[in-house]
Write a protein that binds this ligand. Structure first.
Ligand SMILES: C[S@@+](CC[C@H](N)C(=O)[O-])C[C@H]1O[C@@H](n2cnc3c(N)ncnc32)[C@H](O)[C@@H]1O
Length: 397
């Protein structure tokens, strides 16, 4: 009999280090301890990046966030210049009524005020395209913003990847390149990303950790994935590689960390740039702080007209101050898929089924109620079939 039941959550990866994170005034995530880059040095290099945090309690002193002098409401947003990226103008990220802080699942996004249910979805974050790392899913590879110059050797490395399977390697290359590129926003944002010791991704797990999963199939899959990343590093980061490649990932651990960030924080999305609709992989700063729920109160929406990613509260959703804002990462996937990509599983995953050796597939809920298993958390007993919340709604405006 083959059982597929929720795996234990590997929160031990997170808990010890998370205790050290302190909330700054204004609810802005502080830089994580032990981050790999020198924040002060980079802060002095990066001039034009700002984040407008309307409705957040109070401004933070962290240089990444320079709130505007006056508070703005949604109706007062200035129209965006459609050519902003051509002229190099960097727009701000804006947040409304939320704060970023530490919670049981690492950093998360929390409501800083009550929100009454509205008939229409309501914006809580706006993130402009030029702050994201975006790469087209099919060749010819295109990047937004166009940070990789054609002649740069990282472009050849990206070009060598398998278009079908290696989106995460491409994104990791782009991320490492962005960290290295002078004045790039990601040099600052890197301080907000979890370090290798904080990331729950199983790509970073030791052999012993993988054995503890008690899921040989998942352990084998993860070992193959670790090998794939290592092979990629050995192929491109060899002794003869140019210095500008070598310094991006001096050791394989650095590349593995970047791939785990790519896997656990990026999303696939269809965006329209000009007349072209592009399937893209995107790392979206600030939105990547949203944790997962099977009953999310938010969703992501791409606003075509000014190339903004909006995080929106579901229409009709009541929010209480302090509630965590969540999205559904994968829709109707089982826990092994969540474990594989994000390094966590959920005891309330409505899509996890118990498989028997015959043809029968019994939903976990039915199994638990039929056999009246006692002593399990209440969450196991929920009966309602969850609706699938689409992660992204692409506007047709
Ligand atoms: C996109 S990031 C979200 C922000 C992250 N919590 C942080 O500290 O930066 C995804 C990671 O958050 C954690 N996470 C998100 N949702 C979770 C959940 N429902 N249960 C446990 N961990 C979760 C996992 O470590 C996952 O790999």
């Amino acid at each position: 009999m083959k059982l597929s039941v929720p795996l234990p959550q590997p929160n031990h990866f997170l808990t010890s280090s998370l205790q050290q994170w302190k909330r700054l005034p204004g609810g802005i995530p502080p830089a994580r301890p032990g981050h790999h880059l020198d924040r002060d040095r980079r802060a002095s290099n990066v001039g034009p990046i700002t984040a407008a945090l309307s409705l957040v309690d109070s401004p933070s002193s962290f240089p990444l966030y320079q709130p505007p002098p006056a508070q703005e409401s949604l109706s007062e947003l200035e129209p965006a210049d459609p050519d902003f990226y051509k002229i190099g103008y960097v727009r701000s990220m804006r947040a409304y009524g939320i704060e970023f802080k530490e919670g049981p699942d690492g950093f998360g996004v929390y409501a800083s005020k009550d929100v009454e249910p509205l008939r229409r979805a309501r914006v809580i974050m706006e993130i402009p395209l030029e702050l994201m790392l975006t790469i087209r899913q099919k060749p010819p590879w295109m990047f937004f913003p166009d940070i990789v110059p054609i002649g740069h050797p990282i472009f050849d490395i990206i070009n060598s990847t398998d278009p079908e399977t290696d989106w995460d390697l491409r994104m990791a290359c782009l991320l490492l390149y962005a960290f290295d590129k002078q004045d790039n926003f990601w040099q600052l944002y890197g301080d907000f990303l979890p370090g290798a010791d904080e990331c729950t991704s199983l790509l970073l797990a030791t052999e012993g950790d993988l054995l503890e999963l008690q899921d040989p199939t998942l352990a084998t899959t993860m070992k193959k994935q670790q090998r794939r990343v290592l092979d990629f590093w050995e192929k491109h980061w060899h002794n003869g590689a140019p210095l500008k490649i070598k310094r991006l990932a001096r050791d394989p651990e650095r590349l593995t960390w970047a791939v785990s960030v790519a896997q656990s924080r990026s999303i696939g999305m269809q965006i329209r740039i000009g007349a072209l609709v592009q399937d893209s992989n995107m790392l979206i700063p600030y939105a990547d702080m949203l944790n997962h729920s099977f009953e999310p109160n938010c969703f992501l929406h791409w606003r075509f007209k000014d190339r903004m990613l909006e995080v929106m509260i579901n229409a009709g959703q009541r929010i209480r101050k302090g509630d965590e804002m969540t999205i559904n990462y994968l829709g109707s996937q089982k826990n092994n898929m969540f474990m594989q990509r994000y390094g966590f599983s959920s005891p309330v995953n409505p899509w996890d089924a118990i498989e028997f050796s015959g043809n029968a597939r019994i939903h976990l809920d039915s199994f638990l109620s039929v056999f009246d298993i006692a002593g399990l958390p209440d969450e196991y007993y929920h009966k309602s079939m969850k609706r699938t919340n689409p992660l992204i709604i692409v506007s047709t405006i």
